[in-house]
Write a protein that binds this ligand. Sequence first.
Ligand SMILES: NC(=O)c1ccc[n+]([C@@H]2O[C@H](COP(=O)([O-])OP(=O)(O)OC[C@H]3O[C@@H](n4cnc5c(N)ncnc54)[C@H](O)[C@@H]3O)[C@@H](O)[C@H]2O)c1
Ligand SMILES: *[C@@H]1O[C@H](CO)[C@@H](O)[C@H](O)[C@H]1NC(C)=O
Length: 317
Amino acid sequence: MSSPDKKTITVIGSGLIGRSWSMVFVSGGYSVRIYDNQPGQAANAIKEIRKQLEELEGVHMLRGELAASQQVALISCFDDLAQALEGAFFVQECVFEQLEVKQSVFQDIERLVGKDVVLSSSTSCLVPSNVFSKVQNKSRCIVSHPVNPPYYVKLVELVPHPETTSTVMDTTHALMTKVGQAPVRLRKEIDGFALNRVQAAIIAESWRLVQDGVISVKDIDLVMSEGLGMRYAFIGPMETIHLNAPEGLEDYMKRYGEGITRVLKSFGPVPDFCGEGSKSIANEMCELIPNDRQHLSARMERRDQLLMSLSKLKKEH
Ligand SMILES: NC(=O)c1ccc[n+]([C@@H]2O[C@H](COP(=O)([O-])OP(=O)(O)OC[C@H]3O[C@@H](n4cnc5c(N)ncnc54)[C@H](O)[C@@H]3O)[C@@H](O)[C@H]2O)c1
Ligand SMILES: *[C@@H]1O[C@H](CO)[C@@H](O)[C@H](O)[C@H]1NC(C)=O
């Protein structure tokens, strides 16, 4: 096995997220070796990535210093796991979101890499204790949870296993920063990490407000997109409250804390997202955007275009 030179990363699984990570890593000048256990899948991924990078170059949205052709040249694909792992200092796993699949993939990887190689998972819903339960040396394991699409939405949640060393956290944080992502550290693992816990709270209250007949589906979405979301693309909830009272956060809570507590106490129980009541919410949504492929794809394309423009704006500020 050749010794890791800190320039090579192996991406395991070449679906949506594996391809995105590959694009992010090569934008930072890293060599990327892609492995997928579906023969031919990794090769297809490179074709798809080339197309995407050329399109991005065409609209001046390519990340990094290198031309699209130079970035594509940094990617290679393998149908053999051992070959794919050769020379890598960092492994980013992006296989199906199934616990058993991830556990066995990491078991296989651990047998094939040197002891200092960082093992990182893209899991969105599984905690590190479960994902890495079959790995012997858990101190080098970490979850690096991206947000879709990572090319425009740069947040990466770094979630340690209870045994993860601070060196592994720091190495991963430095790597993510170097390739232009925005890493955040969770100090310990928790179900849903940070992003999905906040998101769940927003979904639950939005759902309750619609279900209780307070507001329409269309209008609750406007509350976010034309209201809260305008700020949240640039400043988070903590800075928001800090800036919303003359003397900052403590002052804000003196003025509004009681009101917030009263409102929070009126929140209902966890909604039944799949019961009878959900039908009318689904119908209301489908009247706005029918749930067929064509309509959904068009809206997804619009979303990605808008995110691209927003990430351009953020880069300028
Ligand atoms: N899609 C998202 O929005 C999103 C966001 C954040 C995190 N994630 C996480 O990223 C991971 C990948 O998600 P995705 O959307 O890219 O899935 P996907 O289904 O698009 O891709 C999974 C790929 O993994 C390959 N694969 C499956 N088992 C394998 C194995 N044993 N060895 C090698 N390759 C294998 C498949 O052939 C497929 O190409 C999941 O853990 C998911 O939770 C997804
Ligand atoms: C376990 O992983 C850590 C972090 O990569 C490494 O420093 C250590 O040497 C490994 N231990 C063994 C026994 O392989």
